[in-house]
Design a protein around this ligand. Structure first.
Ligand code: ADP
Ligand code: ZN
Length: 195
């Protein structure tokens, strides 16, 4: 009923896995819906963690989402009377997402996106740094380091319980891959600097 007036804006929520990004974007989506704003939620199809058509947090909360393959799908599926556009797991989308979300904010809509700011190597993740730069609001949230209990800012990738080396992108067949939230000190990426 009452959408953002005069101009839109972009909000970005970033952090490592388990920091509560999905929880936070779900919370914002629900607040907007309570105010009877029209919300469209999108999610890259690549993320099939739980439900294919839902944004799901690790503690099981969920909101229905439209699965997309690329940033242009948002342009195609966007409805003119939408007040709020939410995109979860935004790091999996192409760089075109930056222009697409900017344009939507220019159309007086509120844009909320959430994603990983760093990959498992601790390096900036795809389009996310650019989105952080152009956003009006950025919230960088932390998990708790599973090793030492300090705030966790990084995602540790493990295969069969061992840290994955810097150059590794392939998951061995039969191996079990897992992720942990860790702080700068406990985050372990063997062979990062050739060491
Ligand atoms: P994200 O989208 O950032 O991965 P979620 O919202 O899906 O985060 O998950 C956050 C939830 O993950 C927390 O509520 C908690 O139940 C769980 N969790 C698991 N491991 C940790 C950890 N090490 N620190 C904080 N929360 C954790
Ligand atoms: Zn630690």
């Amino acid at each position: 009923m009452y959408g953002p007036k005069n101009h839109g804006w972009i909000e970005v929520v970033v952090g490592p896995m388990y920091s509560g990004k999905s929880e936070e974007i779900i919370r914002r989506i629900r607040r907007a819906k309570i105010a009877r704003q029209k919300v469209q939620v999108f999610k890259p199809e690549i993320d099939i963690r739980y439900g294919k058509d839902d944004v799901v947090s690790h503690c099981g909360e969920k909101e229905e989402a439209i699965p997309i393959n690329n940033s242009n799908d948002i342009v195609r599926l966007l409805e003119h009377d939408t007040d709020v556009v939410a995109v979860d797991e935004v790091q999996f989308l192409d760089d075109g997402i930056v222009g697409v979300l900017n344009k939507i904010a220019d159309q007086n809509k509120r844009v909320i996106c959430a994603g990983l700011d760093m990959d498992f190597r601790g390096e900036p993740f795809g389009c996310v740094p650019k989105l952080m730069a152009i956003a009006e609001f950025v919230d960088k949230i932390q998990a708790i380091c599973i090793v030492c209990g300090n705030p966790a800012t990084r995602t540790q990738r493990l295969i069969n319980g061992k840290p994955v080396i810097y150059s590794d992108k392939i998951v061995l067949i039969g191996a079990t891959e897992s992720y942990e939230a860790r702080c700068r000190k406990c985050h372990d990426v063997p062979k990062k600097d050739g060491v």
